[in-house]
Design a protein. Structure first.
Length: 114
């Protein structure tokens, strides 16, 4: 399974960004897709997940600011991020969970700074 992520960049505090990820090559069912992030010196953490049935989960600190959406037919997942804060600065990783296990994208850097 290959994951390709797009959309990182530099944004000022209070700004918005959209991350997109497409999964290809999966020969099994996709159970969930989502985004994780890793800030310098910190562990990777879950940001948002969307499950095959459509339910979602978010890290508490991004609730109300980030929205995850997905297309099961295309195996794509987007993360709309608004009201970005400096503490959102991190490398964001796309993740997909299939019957055969989890797969990770290469990461895209999001920097929130004035």
């Amino acid at each position: 399974v290959q994951l390709q992520a797009f959309g990182g960049g530099l944004v000022q505090p209070g700004g918005s960004l959209r991350l997109s990820c497409a999964a290809s090559g999966s020969r099994s069912s996709v159970h969930a897709m989502g985004w994780y992030r890793q800030a310098p010196g910190k562990q990777r953490e879950m940001v948002a997940l969307i499950f095959s049935g459509g339910s979602t989960a978010y890290k508490d600190s991004v609730k109300g600011r980030f929205t995850i959406s997905g297309d099961n037919t295309k195996n794509t997942v987007d993360l709309r991020m608004t009201d970005l804060k400096p503490e959102d600065t991190a490398v964001y990783y796309c993740n997909v969970v299939t019957t055969y296990g989890p797969y990770w994208g290469q990461g895209t850097l999001v920097t929130v700074s004035s």
